[in-house]
Design a protein around this ligand. Structure first.
Ligand code: GLV
Ligand code: MN
Ligand code: MN
Length: 412
């Protein structure tokens, strides 16, 4: 089948969604359920309607846009990603997978293809952990890895509950209807930028992912003793920031000591109170991200960090609370989906690399529901999660072509 990928439409969609931002250009910020997120969702809904898709939204705001197949009772084949963006991020992370799925479906419709299984675009709510501290919120709930009780307990940093925020955003349905059954989908394929530099370095346009690394998140709250920066002598202090600083170094040490070169750990957020130059920091909160392609070394690092927190806080007489927010197992992409992707790359004449995703994606949880696959395209300079993120339009079109042909193979 000959398919024409509409580059102008893809770029117009990326522009329109990037214009929906909580921060001025060049960075893009879209906090889930915020005003910019709402505008971007409205744009995606309109575009799905223009393409002729049937829309459904669940109680979290996961959006499902369906092209019914000739055998509509068969489970659908799905593709999609997220549009929420962390502070001052780029315009490609997630969005390429949503816009790309829309263009893949449009191209198949233009070509007169008739799927047997329905084809469905999914826009997942809150893949980024920015607001609720937990990544892949929407896909996690679809896969049943987060029940309604746990969803209701989630709050943002301002203390507003997920329940309150999702209802205010117009998603009022019952939370206990979000989870999908295994077998609801026949297959899922996500298109995403690599966010690393392997494809660019090797000059390969397509990555076919075989496994997704195991992520975990810790939150550590430290309570020391505030005081006057001039009046309290050094030996009398219980400085929460200094305990936190030692913990951040212990996090680095823990990642370097697992024996696995794939263990990475990041103290990505470190907030102190009261935050005045002449006040001893009384409290600190650290958010720590720990990953490896295998769960065992990742868990080793988590245990080492917990032990270090206890030792450091004991020595510094700082009270602490340590919460493990998530520790997810790695995911394996489905061999049949990988084979379909490789066959399509060969037919299109696109070099491809079989690789591991060190970043997590909604496919980490979709892989629990159905056979899943993940396509990467190069990220310039391997840069992501910042405003400099860039993907070449020709690479995006190649990724969309691979996605469209694969969706055709899986749904035919
Ligand atoms: C996804 O955004 C990740 O942090 O891997
Ligand atoms: Mn991201
Ligand atoms: Mn992403």
């Amino acid at each position: 089948m000959e398919l024409t990928i509409n580059k102008a439409a893809i770029l117009a969609d990326l522009d329109a969604i990037a214009a929906c931002s909580d921060s001025p250009p060049p960075g893009v910020t879209r906090l889930v359920y915020g005003e910019a997120d709402q505008r971007a969702r409205a744009y995606v809904r309109d575009r799905c309607r223009q393409v002729g898709l049937q829309l459904r939204e669940d109680a979290l705001g996961n959006l499902f846009a369906r092209w019914p197949g000739t055998a509509p009772d068969l489970p659908a084949v799905a593709s999609g990603s997220h549009i929420d963006a962390l502070p001052e991020a780029g315009r490609y992370d997630g969005t390429v997978g949503v816009v790309g799925a829309l263009e893949a479906i449009s191209a198949l419709r233009r070509a007169g293809y008739q799927p047997r299984h329905s084809l469905e675009l999914i826009l997942f709510t809150a893949e980024e952990p920015t607001r609720f501290g937990l990544g892949c919120l929407g896909s996690r709930a679809l896969a049943g890895a987060l029940d309604p009780e746990q969803l209701r307990a989630l709050r943002d940093s301002a203390g507003r509950s997920l329940d309150e925020l999702r209802v205010a955003a117009g998603f009022t349905g019952p939370l206990d209807m979000v989870q999908l059954n295994r077998g609801h989908y026949a297959a899922f394929v996500e298109l995403h930028i690599e966010q690393g530099s392997i494809l660019e370095t090797e000059g390969v346009p397509i990555g076919v992912v075989r496994a997704i690394a195991a992520p975990a998140t810790l939150r550590v709250h430290l309570q020391g003793q505030g005081g006057h920066a001039g009046a309290v002598l050094m030996l009398e202090r219980r400085d929460a920031l200094l305990a936190g600083a030692e913990i951040a170094l212990a996090v680095e040490h823990a990642a370097l000591s697992t024996g696995s070169p794939n263990t990475v750990a990041t103290t990505g957020s470190f907030q102190i109170e009261p935050g005045a130059v002449n006040a001893i920091p009384s409290a600190a909160t650290l958010a720590i991200d720990v990953r490896d392609s295998a769960a065992e070394p990742r868990d080793h690092a988590l245990a080492a960090i917990s032990a270090a927190v206890a030792a450091i806080c004991g020595r510094r007489h700082v009270a602490y609370q340590l919460d493990l927010l998530n520790a997810d197992p790695p995911a394996t992409c489905d061999p049949a989906v990988i084979e379909a992707l490789v066959t399509v790359c060969e037919a299109l004449g696109f070099p491809r690399e079989i690789m591991v995703s060190r970043a997590y994606h909604d496919s980490l949880f979709m892989a629990r529901l159905c056979p899943s696959g993940l396509i990467f395209i190069p990220s310039r300079g391997g840069v992501s999660h910042c405003a400099d993120e860039y993907a070449d339009p020709d690479h995006i079109c190649q990724g969309v072509a691979v996605l469209a042909h694969t969706l055709a193979r899986l749904s035919g």
